[in-house]
Design a protein around this ligand. Structure first.
Ligand SMILES: Cc1ncc(COP(=O)(O)O)c(C=O)c1O
Length: 481
């Protein structure tokens, strides 16, 4: 909820009380230097004990509600026929309107099953933008991901409110070029994570569905951030300002053939599911569930998380819950814009994304500016962000580097976890780093896994810029910060 103060300033207000807390600590800069060096300059390798604010991701790191925690206590652990599953199925029916449900351990497991069943070698899969795990699974099944966003999607200084829209003309062109029978399905990701958590509009979703239906192509909806996309439609799309989040979700779901999500985001639990009203699709997917995930009534999730997900699904339709991260992101982005720090605009659904190409213009993409920026942010603040740039792309079949469209350091806002003073601290340290950005150098790989290399890859600094940066920081703040 946004509250206007008497001085006219608007701030995002936490519409919850904090009743359980977790201790965090800010280790001194020399310890952070040691930690990032040992972690191969990859923020995924850092340990919680060395992190002050963990803004790596909003996935599985959100604060659960009292009702979610309470629901976990009454879960039914039956292997088959588990009552908790039926509560989840009933929440899915009520909130999303789907009859058939396949629970999976997390979002990528849903992508794996969908790819296994529907993606054939030689297929293409059009989408508004790829997500790392989506691309990996669809390509492993022999398909090619076809991103058909509008040019504006990659403009990090945009005012376009729906940068997650799929370009309808490019979709029609792709159908003409490849033939509808070569298209596994069209995928819409709400909100498009890798371009900054950018939403698509209801109008665009319906237009995509119309083109798809005319060509007998079905629509797959990645709803990992469904409540945030609905929140943005309510805020930004004409005609939706007076509709509830639930009404917007129902309207979106009316055009969806297969829905899946990572429950780690909007629903604030650890798990995922596939849902549909199409019995034929369901029957094709179902036999593979026990092979890869688990029996139908738990599918790889803990029954406690299933209970919490049933509650989380209903809770995410509350406007204050749906907007809790989005409003913090907006505030965070706004504060950085005041200091002229290059950030992705408009503010998106899950994180504040700093544009590393503009922040560190002296670094070529071959030196991984987003990875270098994420390392520098950690060294100078203890805040863990995530590289979303070329390191997050894998090499092509010939071993060539594939340069990412964008080089972003992502500072995620886990829902209901951090407070305004946390945000102000990050804003301050980013300001300091921006003033000293010339000190930040590039990175090179020293250990490079063949797939999803950003998870376990190890890098090293080119030169010893990290020590120089730390020395300048210590001169200003002392060694204990
Ligand atoms: C849009 C989107 N789809 C799929 C996934 C994969 O989900 P999971 O991490 O639960 O496997 C994610 C995770 O961040 C995501 O953001």
């Amino acid at each position: 909820m946004i509250v206007r103060l008497s001085n006219g300033k608007e701030i995002p207000m936490e519409m919850h009380k904090v009743r359980i807390v977790q201790k965090t600590s800010l280790v001194p800069i020399d310890q952070r230097l040691k930690a990032i060096e040992e972690g191969g300059y990859n923020t995924f390798s850092l340990r919680t004990r060395d992190i002050f604010l963990d803004m790596l991701t909003d996935s599985g790191t959100n604060a659960m509600s009292d009702n979610q925690l309470a629901a976990m206590m009454v879960s039914d652990d039956a292997y088959a026929g588990c009552e908790s599953f039926y509560k989840l199925a009933s929440a899915i029916k009520d909130v999303l309107g789907f009859e058939y449900v396949l629970p999976v351990h997390q979002g990528r497991a849903a992508e794996h099953l969908i790819a296994k069943v529907f993606v054939k070698p030689g297929d293409v899969i059009p989408m508004n933008y790829h997500f790392t795990t989506t691309k990996a699974h669809f390509e492993l099944a022999g398909g090619t991901v076809l991103e058909i966003y509008r040019d504006e999607a990659l403009n990090t200084k945009s005012t376009d409110l729906f940068k997650g829209n799929l370009d309808p003309q490019k979709f029609k062109d792709a159908i003409k070029k490849y033939g509808a029978d070569k298209i596994s399905f069209v995928r819409m990701e709400a909100t498009a994570n890798l371009i900054g958590g950018q939403p698509f509009s209801m109008e665009n979703l319906k237009e995509v569905k119309k083109i798809a239906s005319e060509n007998k192509i079905f629509l797959v909806y990645d709803g990992s951030l469904i409540s945030e996309n609905a929140y943005f439609i309510k805020q930004r799309e004409k005609g939706y300002e007076n509709k509830s989040i639930q009404e917007i979700i129902w309207e979106m779901m009316s055009v969806v053939d297969i829905f899946y999500l990572s429950g780690r985001k909007s629903t604030c639990v650890r798990g995922g599911f596939i849902a549909t009203n199409n019995k034929e699709y369901y029957e094709l997917l179902k036999p593979w569930l026990p092979v890869y995930e688990g029996f139908l009534t738990y599918g790889g999730m803990s029954t406690k998380e299933i209970e919490a997900m049933a509650v989380g699904l209903r809770e995410m339709t509350d406007t204050n819950v749906a907007g809790s991260a989005a409003e913090f992101v907006k505030y965070f982005v706004g504060r950085l814009i005041e200091s002229k720090i290059p950030v992705v605009t408009p503010a998106g659904g899950l994180a504040c994304h700093v544009d590393a190409k503009l922040f560190l213009p002296h670094l070529p993409q071959s030196q991984y500016p987003a990875g270098a920026l994420a390392a520098a942010i950690y060294i100078t603040s203890g805040v863990r962000s995530m590289e979303r740039g070329t390191i997050s792309m894998d090499r092509d079949e010939d071993g060539n580097e594939v340069y990412s469209d964008l080089e972003l350091a992502r500072l995620a806002i886990p829902r209901r976890v951090y407070t305004m003073s946390h945000i102000e601290y990050v804003v301050d340290r980013l300001n300091w780093l921006y003033k000293h950005r010339d000190l930040v150098g590039g990175l090179k790989f020293v250990e490079e896994p063949p797939v999803l290399r950003f998870f376990f890859g190890k890098l090293a600094p080119l030169g010893n810029w990290e020590t120089k940066l730390a020395d300048v920081f210590k001169k200003e703040f002392g060694a204990s910060y």
